[in-house]
Write a protein that binds this ligand. Structure first.
Ligand code: FES
Length: 104
């Protein structure tokens, strides 16, 4: 599926995401290096925070209690916030816009 990644500067970049990866990995593989992902995708750092396209938010698996807790540490959390390492790339996400969270 194709994802439209919105960088912190507001630039939109279309990337081809591979199913089986997390959205965090797909963004990195797409050559966008704004996601630190300090913990390497283990749901323990919150540096992979993104805002998901509102029209796609219900296509994602529900968040775990750990993800929810970590998102509490993020200043710009909103109802579309997710940790991108916890969101799998699926065909249902084709065309979704993913906005990289602020640098806390
Ligand atoms: Fe650390 Fe996602 S990479 S929580």
């Amino acid at each position: 599926p194709q994802l439209i990644v919105v960088t912190r500067e507001g630039e939109e970049r279309a990337i081809e995401a591979e199913t089986g990866l997390s959205v965090m990995e797909a963004i990195r593989d797409g050559g966008i290096d704004e996601i630190l992902a300090l913990c390497g995708g283990n749901c323990s750092c919150a540096t992979c925070h993104v805002h998901i396209d509102p029209s796609f938010i219900d296509k994602l698996p529900p968040m775990s209690a750990d993800e929810d807790d970590l998102l509490e540490s993020v200043d710009d959390r909103d109802e579309y916030s997710r940790l991108s390492c916890q969101v799998p790339v699926t065909a249902a996400l084709d065309g979704a816009r993913v906005t990289i969270g602020a640098d806390d």
